[in-house]
Design a protein around this ligand. Structure first.
Ligand code: ADP
Ligand code: MG
Length: 287
């Protein structure tokens, strides 16, 4: 027979925008003491618009952005989609590329006209010991991806995203349930700080590489926390697997969904809050 709590949870979950892949996850949700959110596509919509294009060595912006878009056409990342949309809007020519590779959680790389081009995160630059240009971050909180041609910094593209409408409520209600709420993002410190401030987060980890998301989860577990991780990307999958409860955003990648215990069908962070609150109330009634 199906245990009562499972029967209840499955029925309620479907109404609440949750797809439970691992039945114990419903029981586990009430034990969560720390929640780690990914940023892009999770707390934010992952709908990027290009705000600035900066060339450091040449002045052919159309050629530069067209080349970047040619690489990004092969990527599923929300940043990639934003760049391709802009290139199409400007009717830019996208050159032929070869040897395309996605560098998970860091960016993309390919060969264009015999030169190696990479479009990458601030974390990648740090790893290579390349300094970020002084003007990379404007007054606003922008996401910036850097373009290297044969290992030389050639320019960057700045983009802006929006915080999801119900992220703040989700964070506040989790905190009211006594849960510490953190964010781990591959994006730059400035954007991360702006989002953390807006949402009132308990802690923020910026410019992290994918394996560092796993370490963040492990470190919290080592401190005795019962950790949930919520993310949307391929790069979040290892951390979702490491967490006590792994939660994938419905609009995210298949890899994240396949790794997670729970999927947020409507991509709404408050659906997690409902799950935690409901899980706790159900168990109080049953004991
Ligand atoms: P977040 O952790 O905020 O969800 P991701 O981990 O998905 O962000 O990506 C981390 C960083 O890696 C991005 O902020 C970006 O700098 C870089 N990145 C990932 N994919 C791409 C891509 N296709 N093109 C350019 N940069 C990318
Ligand atoms: Mg993400």
């Amino acid at each position: 027979a199906i245990p009562l709590v499972v029967a209840i949870s499955t029925a309620i979950s479907a109404q609440k925008g949750l797809l439970i892949r691992n039945r114990t996850a419903f029981e586990e949700a009430r034990k969560i003491t720390a929640m780690v959110f990914d940023k892009t596509g999770t707390l934010t919509e992952g709908e990027f618009g290009v705000t600035r294009v900066r060339l450091l060595k040449a002045d052919d912006e159309a050629g530069f952005l067209g080349m970047v878009a040619a690489l990004e056409q092969q990527s599923q990342h929300p940043i990639a989609q934003g760049i391709v949309r802009e290139a199409k809007k400007r009717n830019l020519v996208m050159p032929t590329i070869t040897n395309f590779q996605s560098i998970t959680g860091k960016g993309v790389s390919a060969t264009v006209d015999g030169r190696q081009v990479v479009v990458v995160s601030p974390g990648y630059l740090k790893e290579k010991g390349i300094e970020q240009p002084q003007d990379a971050y404007g007054s606003g909180a922008e996401t910036v991806v850097f373009v290297l041609i044969d290992d030389q910094l050639a320019g960057y593209v700045a983009l802006a995203d929006k915080i999801r409408e119900d992220s703040k409520e989700a964070v506040q209600r989790l905190q009211q349930s006594g849960i510490k709420v953190y964010m781990a993002t591959g994006d730059n410190q400035k954007v991360a700080d702006a989002v953390a401030k807006e949402l009132g987060l308990d802690g923020v980890f910026a410019e992290v590489l994918p394996d560092q998301k796993v370490t963040i989860v492990k470190d919290l577990q080592a401190k005795g926390q019962f950790v949930a991780m919520t993310g949307d990307g391929v790069n979040d999958a290892p951390a979702l697997a490491q967490a006590n409860v792994g939660i994938a955003v419905g609009s995210g990648t298949d890899v994240a969904a396949e790794t997670a215990d729970i999927i947020l069908v409507n991509s709404k962070p408050t659906d997690i809050t409902n799950l935690v609150e409901f899980g706790r109330a159900t168990y109080r009634k049953m004991i």
